[in-house]
Write a protein that binds this ligand. Structure first.
Ligand SMILES: [Zn+2]
Length: 229
């Protein structure tokens, strides 16, 4: 089971060849894409043919996790290829603009649901963000948990219990109190869970590497890197 970081930034990508939130989880023929922030489509197609994507999971509907879905639809139209989009749905104009498309097969999910995508078993957990957000626990040969965007909440502990890797929105500086977690919380989570954490959702102007240097169990996500879980 392998995780490839396509884009790690938020709320927008650092200048250059970078992208906001997008991750690829693969095992055998199963390829699950998680979020599609701005800049991600180009970088994603460096790693995988669109035809080989099993499904997309969208953690929440903020622009920095979804905007390249719109360009992605053009490519699906060229290929006449239908794809599954796993996400919470809402009765809002943005949700309709983003997801109402004949080549999107929307699979609405909520906390507590469990579904299968190829070789993966997916479970969903409510997070605490400025809009509804789901974490996903992906069980295959190994177990990966992705928090989406959130502040600290006990559901993270429940979701990540016994997992092999936690991909977590924990890249804000110590003392940050907005709708994301900071590097100090990353260290606390790692100690509490006893598992490795990949810290992501970096602000373009802040590199958490130095602040995490004293905690080897928390690693800063690297774009383009493939992590064997
Ligand atoms: Zn967000």
């Amino acid at each position: 089971m392998k995780l490839t970081v396509i884009g790690k930034y938020g709320p927008y990508a650092k200048s250059g060849s970078h992208a906001a939130s997008c991750y690829l989880v693969s095992q055998g023929e199963t390829n699950l894409v998680m979020d599609m922030g701005p800049g991600s489509m180009s970088r994603l197609t460096e790693k995988i043919d669109i035809e080989k994507i099993s499904a997309l999971f969208i953690s929440h509907l903020h622009y920095d996790h979804t905007s390249d879905l719109l360009a992605f639809r053009y490519r699906l139209e060229e290929l006449n290829l239908k794809i599954k989009i796993i996400t919470q749905t809402h009765d809002t104009p943005w949700c309709a603009l983003l997801l109402d498309h004949p080549l999107f097969e929307v699979i609405p999910v909520k906390a507590g649901d469990e579904i299968t995508v190829g070789d993966f078993r997916l479970k969903f957990y409510d997070m605490n963000h400025t809009v509804p957000c789901l974490a996903v626990r992906i069980e295959g040969e190994k177990t990966l948990v992705y928090t989406g965007d959130t502040v600290y909440n006990d559901n993270i502990i429940t979701a990540a219990q016994g997992a092999d890797l936690l991909l977590a929105d924990t890249s804000k500086p110590a003392g940050f109190t907005g709708p994301h977690m900071n590097v100090e919380i990353a260290k606390e989570l790692s100690a509490k869970l006893g598992i490795k954490i990949l810290s992501t959702h970096l602000s373009p102007g802040y590199d958490p590497q130095a602040d995490l240097a004293d905690c080897p169990s928390v690693e800063v996500a690297q774009e383009g890197k493939e992590y064997e879980i």
